[in-house]
Design a protein around this ligand. Structure first.
Ligand code: AMP
Length: 553
C-alpha cells in the first residue's frame, strides 16, 4: 500500500519496507513530482516537471496549484479540454501510481492519501474521487500534521506528549497541535493561513532588492511578473538558507550582493503573520507554548534559518527537523499505510483525529444547530432531536451545514433534505437526526421519524459540483481517453520544455545557442536512435545547467 502526499506544489509517494520508509523515484529519478498538468498542441498531456517547465512558455495550457480548488466546481480549460480539480489531481495520482508500479514491479491499487487538517467534507470527497479516477482505493485519508507526527515517531514515545506541527509550504501555512496519549494520536487543534507561504518570501526578497535599486513603480510591477526575476529571487532565497551572502541577478540589471540580514529585514512583516495561527491553535488546544513537548518543522520553506530561529524563540526549544521537510508527510503516510496493513515492524498505534469544524443543521430563523462540535475526536456519532414549528406541518426542511457561525446561511451548506412528517399539532412531530463522521472525515446522516420509526439515509454526496454516478463514470472514460506523455520519454519532454523556457527568457547570443541546442536535440529525437538521443540529451542538459543556475526542482 502506498503513502501519498498530494501537495499543492509537489506530490510524493512512499512505501514502508524492512522497517523503514522509502520514497519512490519518478521516471526522472526525482522523489518530488510537481503537481502540474499541461496539454500540448497535439492533445498529449504532460504531468510533473515537464508540465511545470511548460508553464513558463504556455501558462494558458498549464494547470498548477489545483489543490486550492478541490471540492469546488471550478473548471480549468486547457486547449479546449475541460478539467475539474479532481481530474487534474487524478492525473498526478496516476503518474505516482505508474512510478510506484515501475519501481516495485507489481500493480498497486490502494493508498493512504494525506489532506490538510482543515479540508472540509467536499474537499475530502473530491480527494477520494481523484483517487477513484486514478484507480486507487483510499485506505485512509490522513491529516497532514498527523502524518508528520507519525514520521517523527512521536507515537513511539512511552508517555503522554503534545507536539506542534509547523508546516510552511510554498503557498500555505498550517499549524496543528497533536497529542499522543495511551497509544492514541489526536489532532487537538489546527489553524492556518491559506495565503502565506514560501512564495511570499520570494516576493519580499524581490521587493527588498528592488527598493535597494531605487526602481520606479512601473519597473517594479514588471519585474514582479517576470519569470526570470522570480526564479533568480527563488534561487537567492535558497542560497541564503545555506550562507549569509549571495548575489542576485535581476534581468536588465547588474548583479547585486544580497545578505541574509537584508532578506530578513525585508521579511519582517511576513514573520509577524506567523504568530496568529500559532496563538489560535494553542488557544484552541488550551495550551501555552511552554507546555509543548516538541515542535516539528514541515514544508520546504522551514529551511529558512529565520523560521527556525523564530520557532526556537517562540517556543523556547529547538524544533525537530531531522527529516527532510519536503518528505516528512509522505513518509508519515507510508507509516500509516503499513499500520493499516499491520506491518509486523510497527507497534500498534491507534490514530484519531478531531473534527476540524462543527457540523449541524440550519433550522428556523436561519439559526445553526450544531450536532457534532469542532474538536470532538473522530469517528463520532451524535443525535439531535428536532420538531415541527407549525400546526399540522407535513414537511421538515433540514439544511445540513458545516461551520462555526450561529447564522446558518453563513456556514457552508452541504445539502438540503426534506422529510415528510405526520400532520400533528406543532412540536409533536419529531425526528432524530444522527450524524456519523468517520475516520476519513466523511459524513453520513440518518433521520428517524420518532412516531413512525421511518428512517431516511443521506450520504453527503449529491452536490451538483461533485462527481458521482454517471458523471464519475464519464470522467473516468474521459481520463482513459487522454493520451499521457509516455513515462519513458519524460526526460526528453522536460528538456524540450526547459529549452523553450530559456529561449523565451534569454536574448542575443545566448538565445541563439539555446536554439542550436534545441534543434540538435530535436534532430536526435527525430532520428529515433536511443544512443544518440541519450548522448545529445546529456550534452544539452549540461549546457542548460551551466546557463540556468536558477533551475530548481
Ligand atoms: P513545499 O510546498 O513544502 O514543497 O514547500 C515549497 C516551498 O519551500 C517553496 O516556497 C520553496 O521556495 C521553499 N524552499 C525549498 N527549499 C528551500 C530552501 N533551501 N530555502 C528556503 N526555502 C526553500
Amino acid at each position: 500500500m502506498l503513502g501519498i502526499d498530494l501537495g499543492t506544489t509537489n506530490s510524493l509517494a512512499a512505501i514502508f519496507v524492512d522497517g523503514q520508509t522509502q520514497l519512490i523515484p519518478n521516471a526522472l529519478g526525482h522523489v518530488m513530482t510537481p503537481s502540474a498538468v499541461s496539454v500540448e498542441p497535439a492533445g498529449t498531456v504532460l504531468v510533473g516537471l515537464a508540465a511545470r517547465e511548460r508553464h513558463a512558455t504556455a501558462p494558458q495550457d498549464t494547470a498548477l496549484a489545483f489543490k486550492r480548488f478541490m471540492g469546488t466546481d471550478h473548471i480549468v480549460k486547457l486547449r479546449g479540454q475541460k478539467f475539474r480539480a479532481e481530474e487534474l489531481s487524478a492525473l498526478v495520482l496516476r503518474s505516482l501510481k505508474a512510478d510506484a508500479e515501475a519501481h516495485l514491479g507489481h500493480a498497486i491499487d490502494e493508498a493512504v492519501i494525506t489532506v490538510p487538517a482543515y479540508f472540509n467534507q467536499l474537499q475530502r470527497k473530491a480527494t477520494q474521487t481523484a483517487a477513484t479516477l486514478a484507480g486507487l482505493r483510499v485506505a485512509r485519508l490522513l491529516n497532514e500534521p498527523t502524518a508528520a507526527g507519525l514520521a517523527y515517531g512521536l507515537q513511539e514515545r512511552a508517555d503522554h506528549t503534545t507536539f506542534l506541527v509547523f508546516d510552511l509550504g510554498g503557498g500555505t501555512f498550517d499549524v496543528s497541535v497533536l497529542e499522543y496519549f495511551d497509544g492514541v494520536v489526536q489532532v487537538r487543534a489546527s489553524a492556518g493561513d491559506t495565503r502565506l507561504g514560501g512564495e511570499d518570501w520570494v516576493r519580499a526578497l524581490l521587493d527588498g532588492a528592488m527598493a535597494a535599486l531605487n526602481l520606479s513603480a512601473s519597473q517594479r510591477e514588471q519585474l514582479r511578473g517576470n519569470g526570470l526575476a522570480l526564479r533568480a529571487a527563488e534561487q537567492a532565497k535558497r542560497d541564503l538558507s545555506e550562507r549569509a551572502q549571495t548575489t542576485l541577478q535581476l534581468p536588465g540589471f547588474a548583479a547585486q550582493p544580497l545578505s541574509r540580514d537584508a532578506f530578513e529585514s525585508a521579511s519582517s512583516e511576513l514573520m509577524l503573520r506567523l504568530r496568529r495561527p500559532i496563538e489560535r491553535a494553542l488557544g484552541d488546544a488550551r495550551l501555552n507554548s511552554g507546555e509543548l513537548g516538541e515542535v516539528v518543522l514541515v514544508g520546504g520553506a522551514t529551511r529558512m534559518p529565520m523560521i527556525r530561529h523564530a520557532v526556537a524563540r517562540l517556543f523556547g526549544k529547538l524544533p525537530l527537523r531531522t527529516i527532510n521537510p519536503d518528505e516528512t508527510i509522505a513518509r508519515g503516510a507510508a507509516i500509516q499505510a503499513a499500520l493499516l496493513a499491520r506491518d509486523a515492524a510497527l507497534e500498534e498505534v491507534v490514530l484519531t483525529d478531531v473534527m476540524p469544524y462543527s457540523l449541524g443543521l440550519g433550522i428556523v430563523d436561519d439559526r445553526f444547530s450544531p450536532i457534532i462540535e469542532r474538536n470532538m475526536p473522530v469517528p463520532v456519532s451524535r443525535i439531535g432531536r428536532y420538531h415541527t414549528v407549525r400546526d399540522y406541518q407535513t414537511k421538515l426542511d433540514l439544511d445540513i451545514c458545516q461551520g462555526e457561525s450561529p447564522i446558518a446561511s453563513e456556514n457552508l451548506q452541504l445539502q438540503r433534505v426534506s422529510v415528510n412528517v405526520p400532520p400533528l399539532p406543532k412540536g409533536e412531530a419529531m425526528v432524530d437526526v444522527r450524524f456519523s463522521y468517520d475516520a476519513n472525515g466523511l459524513l453520513v446522516v440518518d433521520i428517524a421519524d420518532v412516531h413512525t420509526g421511518e428512517i431516511t439515509n443521506v450520504v453527503i454526496q449529491q452536490r451538483e459540483h461533485e462527481l458521482v454516478g454517471e458523471a464519475l463514470a464519464e470522467a473516468l472514460k474521459a481520463l482513459d481517453r487522454i493520451k499521457i506523455h509516455p513515462r519513458e520519454h519524460q526526460q526528453n519532454a522536460v528538456l524540450l520544455e526547459r529549452c523553450k523556457r530559456l529561449y523565451e527568457d534569454r536574448l542575443g547570443a545566448e538565445r541563439m545557442q539555446i536554439q542550436e541546442a534545441l534543434v540538435a536535440f530535436q534532430n536526435a529525437l527525430d532520428g529515433q536512435d536511443p544512443e544518440v538521443i541519450a548522448r545529445v540529451r546529456g550534452q544539452v542538459q549540461s549546457f542548460l545547467d551551466e546557463i540556468d543556475r536558477g533551475f530548481v526542482l
